[in-house]
Design a protein around this ligand. Structure first.
Ligand code: C5P
Length: 402
């Protein structure tokens, strides 16, 4: 399913080609898209909203208010929700309204509220299609950045022959799929990501852990999957959820479990991003029973855990990239560069606990990317999803150099 997780608004206007919109909707849904149908009043003369709501699994939006209960159809909410708006078929009348901001129906107001890309598939008789007003309106829409899916030459419903026939539903589905795929920078790449803290058991009820929330790693994993990568996520104990089909999630507790899983998967990977806050030490022994309070002082003997990043750094081939994170409180750049070299990383993402808004639990982060060629890129404080996009962009550039 090539459109899994995508939100599409399918706009339908009053052309005879509206009957093909049912096949188009079926094709989009079959590819995994969630589709909200918006129809102009005239479209409902050609195909019934019942057919379209049955195929999309959602009520069709057509009026500003639902007739029976006065529910407000928010064109603004729909506009925000959508990843793509496809209007197929689009008539000369709707093209004209779109080009000139005549927002007198729900479809045109939704169009004017969207931030997402808009595709239109015109369908009309050849004389209407070649009329200067249609051609001019199409130019205006192009100047807005909208994509015109040109009609084909062929037999028209009027019996005439010429340009004006809407592209077939299967072709339109392919256009939509190609649009989403062409944006993907990491198609067919495999990436391993570690995220979250590790818990090192002291006894059956206690552990050594840390404050890592996993938010940065999970944002990275989402962005990698969104860019088409196949992701293996090795997650320590966190309460975050993911749904993208490109993500294989393996939950672990301790550093040694994380180590085993990473070593197993690394050979097939194109890249690995070590985002987890892995414990450096674990109790030498785990008590079988809950430890009791006895004396005023007690100590636990600790031993070093295996350094996962450094182990992968030793195994890394010339066709693989290894990325680390460094969370520092002092001498940030110097410490991070030391880790980059010691662990044989290609680049390291540094965040300092001295920066406001960076570090554990928060939704923002401020990073500097240090590369093995001594290049430093300093970024602004941003939401972790945007930070993830910056890191994935850097990864994409470095993968292209291999
Ligand atoms: O040395 P330090 O723990 O600060 O290094 C941080 C980097 O090394 C992070 O990328 C972290 O995920 C990774 N690391 C690891 N295994 C460890 C310790 C750290 O993969 N045992």
């Amino acid at each position: 399913m090539r459109l899994e997780g995508k939100h599409i608004i399918l706009g339908i206007t009053g052309s005879i080609a509206a009957y093909k919109a049912a096949y188009l909707l079926r094709g989009l849904v079959k590819e995994g898209a969630e589709v909200q149908v918006v129809m102009t009043p005239a479209a409902k003369e050609f195909i019934t909203p019942v057919t379209m709501s049955a195929l999309s699994g959602k009520p069709v939006a057509s009026e500003f208010f639902a007739a029976n209960d006065g529910t407000w159809h928010s064109h603004v909410d729909m506009g925000q929700w959508a990843d793509l708006m496809l209007i197929a078929p689009v008539t000369a009348a709707t093209l004209g309204k779109m080009a000139h901001g005549i927002a007198d129906n729900l479809l045109v107001t939704t169009y004017m509220s969207t931030k997402c890309p808009v595709f239109v598939a015109p369908a009309m008789d050849l004389d209407m299609f070649r009329h200067p007003s249609t051609l001019k309106n199409l130019d205006i829409l192009r100047s807005f950045g909208n994509v015109i899916l040109e009609p084909a030459e062929g037999e028209l419903a009027s019996g005439l022959h010429g340009k004006g026939r809407m592209q077939e539903p299967e072709q339109l589905v392919e256009e939509v799929v190609n649009f989403f795929n062409s944006k993907k920078k990491l198609l067919n790449k495999k990436v391993l990501v570690t995220a979250g803290p590790t818990y090192e058991k002291i006894d059956p009820v206690r552990f050594i852990g840390n404050y890592s929330s996993g938010k940065m790693g999970f944002a990275l994993v989402e962005e990698l999957a969104e860019q088409g990568a196949q992701v293996v996520l090795v997650a320590g104990p966190v309460s975050l959820q993911l749904t993208h089909p490109n993500i294989q999630r393996i939950d672990v507790q301790s550093a040694s479990e994380m180590y085993e899983v990473c070593l197993h998967h690394f050979p097939e990977m194109d890249a690995a991003i070590m985002c987890a806050a892995v414990a450096d030490y674990r109790p030498k022994q785990t008590a079988a029973q809950k430890m009791k309070r006895q004396t005023n002082e007690m100590s636990i003997n600790l031993e070093a855990t295996a350094d996962i990043a450094a182990s992968l750094g030793k195994l890394k081939t010339g066709r693989q990239l290894l990325v680390g994170f460094a969370l520092e409180t002092n001498d940030e750049e110097q410490n991070a560069l030391g880790k980059l070299q010691k662990k044989n990383l290609d680049f390291i993402v540094l965040n300092s606990l001295q920066d406001q808004g960076a570090g554990f639990g928060v939704d923002t982060n401020k990073i500097t990317i240090l590369s093995k060629d001594n290049n430093a890129q300093v970024f602004e404080l941003k939401h972790k999803t945007e930070v993830a996009a910056d890191i994935v962009e850097k990864l994409t550039q470095e993968l292209a150099k291999l």
